[in-house]
Design a protein around this ligand. Structure first.
Ligand code: ZN
Length: 181
């Protein structure tokens, strides 16, 4: 009888541990999903286009903003591409996500919900012995110019991560593949 109770106790412990593990796994996936779901599918498509465009030479930024138009519909506004930086200069590559490639789209924009830009992936030759890389996470300038209350995204084309940030710093990071789900 005692052995039987012991077996039941062990079974109970195993079931409990399994249950907790399942609950944690579900909560974890919900957290990841919640973070990526706040970005509409149309915006993710526009981000994919930006990433592809930045990757054509790997040395310039692409980006954009999204929000609601005057009719309450989602409006995605891609920005003009940033300048290409073929040499390792002191200055950072930049882009203004709000500088619309098609300024006529701005006329209907009522609220801004978020912005994104791509950090390029290429490595460049600094001199005979040194390479330089584009910073992948949000830069100090990005963080300083983040729009609080909106979604701020940097897509690291080189490291395959999507960074969420605010004026307080990086608030989240998921892989680009996870982000697209
Ligand atoms: Zn940046």
């Amino acid at each position: 009888m005692k052995t039987c109770l012991q077996i039941l106790w062990i079974l109970g412990s195993v079931i409990e541990v399994t249950f907790i593990a399942v609950v944690l796994a579900v909560l974890f996936s919900l957290c990841v999903a919640a973070q990526s779901q706040t970005v509409p599918a149309e915006v993710k498509q526009a981000i994919a286009v930006s990433l592809k465009a930045s990757n054509t030479d790997g040395i310039h930024e692409e980006g954009g903003i999204w929000g609601m138009d005057t009719l309450g519909k989602l409006l995605v506004i891609p920005a003009k591409p940033g300048k290409s930086h073929p040499v390792c200069t002191e200055g950072a590559v930049t882009i203004s996500p709000g500088d619309a490639a098609d300024p006529s789209l701005d006329a209907n924009l009522k609220t801004i919900d978020g912005q994104w830009h791509v950090h390029p992936r290429a490595t460049r030759q600094k001199d005979t012995y040194h390479l330089c890389y584009f910073v992948q996470p949000p830069s100090k300038e990005d963080i300083e110019s983040a729009m609080d209350g909106e979604i701020n995204l940097v897509i690291g084309a080189g490291d395959g991560n999507v960074y969420y940030y605010s004026t307080k710093g990086v608030t989240g990071k998921i892989s680009y593949q996870e982000f697209l789900k």
